[in-house]
Design a binder for this molecule. Sequence first.
Ligand code: ASP
Length: 402
Amino acid sequence: MDWKKYALIVAITIGFILGLGVGAAAGKSAAVLKPLGDLFIRLMRMIVTPLVIITIAAAVAQIADLRRLGKLVIGMFVLFILLSALAASIMLPAALSFGPGVGVGLKPPAGYTPPTPPSVVDLILGVIPYDFVDIFSVSGLLKAIFFSIILGLAVSLAGEKGKPVARALGYLSDVVLKVVTIVMWVAPLGVFGYAAWLMGTYGTSILVAYGKLITLDYSVSLAFFFIVYTIVVALSRLNPLVYWKNIIEPALVAFTTRSSAVTLPVNIRAAQRTGIPDYVTNLVLPVGATCHMDGTAMYQVLCAVFIAQAFGITLDPTLYGTIIVVGTLAAVGTAAIPGGGLLMLAMTVAAAGLPLEGIALIVAIDPILDMLRTMINATGDVAVATLMARILEGPKWFVKAP
Ligand code: ASP
C-alpha cells in the first residue's frame, strides 16, 4: 500500500473532523480560525484561472480530430444538462410534498432590498470577456472557458505551426498542476479552519429554526449523490468504489470551501487517480466546474418552493415545468464561488412569480446549504468524466489507469 498517496486525504479528513469538534466546543469564537481557510482559498484562487485556461486550451489543442472534439463537447453538455434537469425534477415533488416552508411565517429583515434577476441577454453576453483582463476573474470562469476553447481551436487550426504550442500547453498544464500539489499541503489546515468556523457560526441553533428545509435538502441531495453518481460511474464500467475512494479529497475540500472553482485543482487530481484520460479530464472538469451543478439545480427548485410555502402562496402546477427549466439554467449560469447559487436564485424565484424578498429567508442559512451543493457540484463532474471516457475510449478505458 502506498501510504504517501493517502497521507493527504487522511490529513484533510482529520482536519475536517477536528474542525467540527473545535467549532462545536468554541462556538462563535471559532471564527478566529477562519483565516486558515482564507489562506488556503487565496492560494487556490491564485492558480485556478491559469489552470482553467491552460488545461482547456491544451485539451482542445491536443484533440487534433475535430469530430472527436465535437463528440466530447456535445456529449459532455448533454450529460451536464440531463443530470441537472434530473436533479431539479427529483427535488420538486419532494419539496412539494414535504412542505419545508409551510407555516414558517418568517419575515424578511428590515431594510432588505431584493436583487434584480439577470436578463437572458446579460447571461449570454456575460460569457464573452469584455477585454483581455476580464478573462482572469475567478467569479467569471465562463469567460476564461470561452477564451481557452477558442485559443485551443486556433492552435489546432494553425496546423504544423500550432504543434509546438500544443506541446508547450501540455507541458505547462503539468507545471500548473505541480503548483497545485504544493498548495495542497495547506489543505488540511484550510479545511480545519473553515470547518471550525462554519460549525461555530451555524452550530445547532440555526439547524432547529430551519430544520425542515435543511433536512430535506440534505436527504434528497445525498440520495441523488449516492444513487445517481453510482449509476453514472457503473455505466462507464468502472467499479464505483474506485470513484468513491478517489473523490473523498475533492468532496471534503468542496464541502468546506464552498467553491467548485477552488475545488477544481483537487478534482483534477482525483480524476487523474481514477485513470480518466487527460484530454477528457482537462475539458470536462474545468467546464463542469462552472456549467454543471446538480446540487445547485436541486437547491434552486427547493428554495423556490420553500419561499412560496413560507409566504403561503400555492404554486400553480403549470409553473412546475418553468421552475425545473429555469432552475436548471440558473445552475448552469451560477458562478463557482461561495453563494453563487444564492445570487442566481433571483432568476428562479422571479420566473415562478414569487416575491424576491423571499430570498432573504435563505440568506441566513445559505452557507449550510452551499456546503453540500458544492460537494455534489464538484464530484458530479468526475462522474461525468468517467462516462465520457467510456464513450470515447470504449468499455476498457480504465485498464490504462495508473
Ligand atoms: N458554491 C457553489 C459552487 O461553487 C455554487 C452555488 O452557490 O450554488 O459550486
